[in-house]
Design a protein around this ligand. Structure first.
Ligand code: AP5
Length: 190
């Protein structure tokens, strides 16, 4: 089909949802429609039904096997969408037992993305954005730890690209330059 499947990732607080929302609005004005699916919300709905969590920030602390089952269910739901779709998710999730692949092979096989986007910015900006968001239970993390996570996400995106043949696009979402990030995202999604 001609529909595009775009996976958008970034460490928590980098602003990926902000960039996605503004990009979708700009595209709509041009008559281009995307359905945006938040992978975490899909997982959370399933997890709530099962009564295993009551807060989305508890999910990454669940048993590995439980997280994997939730991932699989979410991927199956999303794969049924046939129009242009943006999947707001994570390249890797930082869990107490290490980095968990956000898109292991069985998720990639369901999603079949055309492109994976990494939304990035300087670690100090991410730290500041996390601290200013009081609606969430963010992990307490320092500059170096966020830097390691962003770097690891690039390695994983390369692996996903080898596996599926998708491209990998890096979009910077810097302070005071949201418009620039949106412009780049829109030209990719157009
Ligand atoms: P998810 O819902 O993705 O939550 P998150 O990681 O915390 O991401 P957010 O949406 O809160 O942050 P964001 O980066 O989009 O930033 P925002 O736009 O809000 O995931 C939840 C959970 O689901 C995960 O923890 C995990 O358990 C699970 N999950 C998801 N996918 C998974 C997968 N594939 N496998 C396994 N588990 C998975 O912006 C943040 C702040 O920055 C805002 O205050 C905003 O105003 C500000 N900001 C944004 N842009 C700028 C800018 N340019 N300049 C200044 N400020 C800015």
């Amino acid at each position: 089909s001609n529909s595009k499947k775009v996976v958008i990732t970034g460490v928590p607080g980098v602003g990926k949802t902000t960039v996605i929302d503004a990009s979708m609005e700009a595209l709509k004005a041009e008559g281009i429609n995307y359905t945006s699916i938040n992978f975490g919300t899909c997982m959370f709905e399933v997890a709530c039904d099962q009564g295993v969590v009551s807060d989305r920030d508890e999910m990454r602390k669940l048993d590995q096997e439980v997280q994997r089952t939730l991932q699989k269910t979410a991927a199956q739901v999303i794969s049924k969408i046939s129009e242009n779709v943006i999947i707001d998710t994570h390249c890797t999730v930082s869990t107490p037992s290490g980095y968990l692949a956000g898109l292991p092979s069985w998720v990639l096989e369901e999603l079949k993305p055309d492109v994976i986007v990494l939304v990035e910015t300087d670690e100090d900006q991410i730290l500041k954005r996390r601290l200013s968001d009081t609606t969430r239970t963010r992990d307490v993390e320092g500059y170096n730890s966020i830097k390691d996570h962003q770097r690891y996400n690039r390695y994983m995106a390369a692996a996903y690209s080898m596996f599926t043949g998708c491209t990998v696009k890096i979009v910077k979402n810097q302070d005071f330059l949201l418009e620039k990030a949106v412009e780049e995202m829109v030209s990719l999604l157009r």
